[in-house]
Ligand binder design. Structure first.
Ligand code: MG
Length: 255
């Protein structure tokens, strides 16, 4: 079922969006060469507790997960694309780090992801990250009353394909509200003019992710982390966006 939310409910989602945005900005600033992925998770846990928020990840146990996730943030490094399970690893100079974070505040969920390079960046990593950010911006811009969900997917896919990357359609965006994952599914490629008719009140997480050399993934032995088949690096950009009468409102926009 696809839920639509009132302007008042969308207002009520703002604190969750702001907290997720602020937390990702803080963590991005704090992560440096030598930072352990377990410390990122501990820091996020501390910020969640201080804010009185609730993690959407810690008890998360979907059919594809080996066991409950057990951590509050996804830390995907280099060839890890999605669902990176924090483990004992100290970030190295030049690592491409993606953080994906979802919490509930006052019963409303926000979900966002950011990718960045720690230390000295390789040109091709910056290009990969920048492409996911541009695809995200294009997807958000296409979320307009009267349009179709396919417009959003097509806008994302066009940016990725024009940049020369393959698009994996196994994981994409999703409805967000009182739970982390709802309908509709928001694929990262499609044809414009198709699918759900867009009307105000829809709230979705839009999340393009790319791998530099392949569109195939496999699951790491930890049962969670999804890695690129060829070992090439991955990037991921995500925002939770509400469709209002005036167009898209990015609830997780970072200051
Ligand atoms: Mg997410």
């Amino acid at each position: 079922m696809i839920e639509h939310f009132t302007p008042r409910e969308i207002e009520a989602m703002r604190p969750a969006g702001r907290f997720v945005a602020d937390t990702l900005a803080t963590l991005r600033d704090e992560v440096a060469v030598g930072t352990n992925l377990l410390d990122i998770d501990a820091r996020a846990t501390e910020l969640i507790a201080a804010a009185g928020a609730t993690s959407c990840y810690v008890d998360y146990h979907p059919s594809f997960g080996a066991s409950p996730f057990g951590k509050v943030i996804c830390t995907s490094v280099n060839d890890a694309a999605l669902h990176g399970l924090p483990h004992d690893y100290a970030v190295r100079d030049g690592d491409l780090v993606s953080l994906d974070f979802a919490v509930a505040v006052d019963g409303w969920v926000a979900d966002s992801a950011v990718s960045f390079v720690v230390g000295r960046a390789r040109e091709e990593d910056l290009r990969l990250i920048e492409t996911t950010e541009r695809a995200l911006a294009a997807g958000i811009a296409a979320l307009q009353p009267g349009g179709r969900l396919g417009d959003v997917s097509a806008a994302i896919g066009a940016v990725c394909r024009e940049a020369g990357y393959g698009v994996n359609l196994q994981f994409g965006g999703h409805g967000v509200g009182r739970t982390m994952h709802g309908d509709p599914h928001v694929p990262n490629d499609s044809r414009p003019g198709r699918g759900l008719k867009l009307r105000p009140g829809l709230v979705v997480a839009i999340e393009p992710w790319l791998m530099a050399g392949t569109d195939e993934i496999y699951t790491d032995g930890d049962g969670w982390t999804l890695r690129s088949r060829d070992g090439s690096r991955a990037a991921h950009s995500e925002h939770t966006v509400a469709l209002t009468d005036d167009g898209p409102l990015v609830l997780t926009a970072r200051a």
